[in-house]
Design a protein around this ligand. Structure first.
Ligand code: PHE
Length: 413
């Protein structure tokens, strides 16, 4: 389930010098750390949720009407409210779901990488932080909803850079068709569902981006067939807007709707908000800094961002770069390895929270004699809201190095 990176004009922001100082922390927990920990950090051997992640849950950025994510969500909901079909709207489901909801119900096979502990945050062996809003498709269908939208925060252990954050927001849409609808048109059920998804979703893209060039690209999702992605040509490049397809029959059958057909789509709110509002770094969405929050107002959206006030980067505080070189651990007998880039990112996130901007591999070589591979990663630390001190970064970096040895089994060089 890849998310494409979004190319951003970071240079503008970098050129600006800091103008103000603030000591706010970017993430304000909804509950105390202890409360969050007791629910998400279960002590189960499979639990890999960290305090930092636990404290992102429940911020409900998508429900804030003056936040860029809430503004885009409201705009999409308003579009669907204007269509002939009436869509039920959900945005408050618990992000803790079961492996059945997130994977089994959706035909996602046991060996799919999205299920692995290195990609996903588990509370126990059967409960996790949802990795996509598709986790709620089956439950809403079983409850009798035949056209609905469902928005929420989703979580993925992932790389660290300006367009990836372990929590982000998705919107799901589903629409079911009855036998009479394809029979009266004299077409196959699957063709009806596929044809019927094009018009509303192209209309949605125009509602967001204005009169743009579009193309449909074949895609693969385990829960739809055929599957496709809608791309638009925007600011000089092709941008993926959403993934969608005709829902696999198994999902409808298990929801007691075996005589019907349906389409489904899913989209990421951050991706859209970043390009439409010119937000250069995904971490900004989580910032409580007034210089960010004050720039957005409910209902300010205009299609394609034309004549709309964009985000003005206020300043970038200087980055602090630290490199770490190490020998990778050898594979265990079963071929597994404690080290992976995602696991390294989790170690860094755990020590640095939102002070880490990027983690990237800058060098790799093999020592044939030793039979070992060496990696060098560069960690870029930067706060969105203040200057960092050498002391605090050294303390964080020391913790990262210790955890790399203890948790990832690497040998520092
Ligand atoms: N759940 C998919 C993802 O996260 C998106 C999707 C939703 C695709 C619904 C098809 C249908 O990438």
């Amino acid at each position: 389930m890849p998310r494409q990176g979004v190319v951003m004009l970071l240079a503008v922001a970098r050129a600006l010098r800091p103008v103000a100082r603030s000591v706010r922390t970017p993430v304000r927990p909804r509950s105390t750390v202890a409360e969050a920990e007791s629910r998400f950090i279960t002590g189960h051997p499979d639990c890999n949720v960290t305090p930092y992640i636990a404290n992102l849950v429940g911020r409900d950025l998508h429900k804030k009407s003056a936040h860029p994510l809430g503004i885009i969500k409201d705009r999409i909901e308003a579009y669907f409210a204007g269509l002939e079909t009436s869509y039920d709207v959900f945005d408050g489901e618990d992000p803790v779901v079961t492996t059945t909801q997130c994977f089994d119900d959706l035909n996602i096979p046991p060996e799919h990488p999205g299920r692995s502990k290195s990609d996903t945050y588990y509370l126990t062996d059967t409960e996790l932080l949802r990795t996509h809003t598709s986790a709620h498709q089956s439950q809403h269908l079983r409850q009798g909803h035949e056209a609905f939208l469902c928005t929420g925060d989703v979580y993925r252990r992932d790389e660290i850079d300006a367009s990836h954050f372990p929590a982000f927001h998705q919107m799901e849409g589903v629409r079911v068709f009855e036998k009479e609808e394809w029979e009266s048109k004299g077409v196959e059920a699957v063709d009806l569902a596929r044809d019927e998804l094009r018009t509303p979703l192209e209309g949605l893209a125009r509602h967001l981006f204005g009169d743009v060039e579009m193309r449909w690209v074949d895609a693969y999702f385990p829960f739809t067939e055929p599957s496709m992605e809608l791309e638009i040509f925007f600011k000089g490049e092709w941008l993926e807007v959403l993934g969608c397809g005709v829902m696999e029959m198994q999902i409808l059958e298990e929801a007691g709707l075996g005589d019907k057909r349906a389409w489904a789509f899913g989209l990421g709110l951050e991706r859209l908000a970043m390009v439409l509002f010119d937000v250069p770094d995904i971490r900004l969405f989580w910032s409580d800094d007034k210089r960010f929050t004050k720039q957005f107002e409910a209902g300010m959206f205009k299609a394609g961002g034309v004549d709309m006030r964009k985000f003005k980067p206020y300043s970038k505080y200087p980055p602090c770069l630290k490199d770490v070189s190490f020998w990778l651990p050898k594979d265990a007998e079963d071929g597994s390895n404690l080290f992976s880039e995602n696991n390294l990112c989790e170690v860094v996130r755990d020590a640095a929270g939102s002070l880490v901007e990027e983690v990237k591999l800058i060098d790799e070589f093999e020592n044939k004699k030793k039979g070992l591979t060496s990696n060098c990663f560069r960690i870029v630390y930067r706060s969105m809201e203040r200057s960092l001190t050498d002391d605090e970064i050294n303390t964080i970096q020391e913790k990262v190095r210790e955890d790399m040895v203890a948790k990832l089994g690497v040998e520092l060089r």
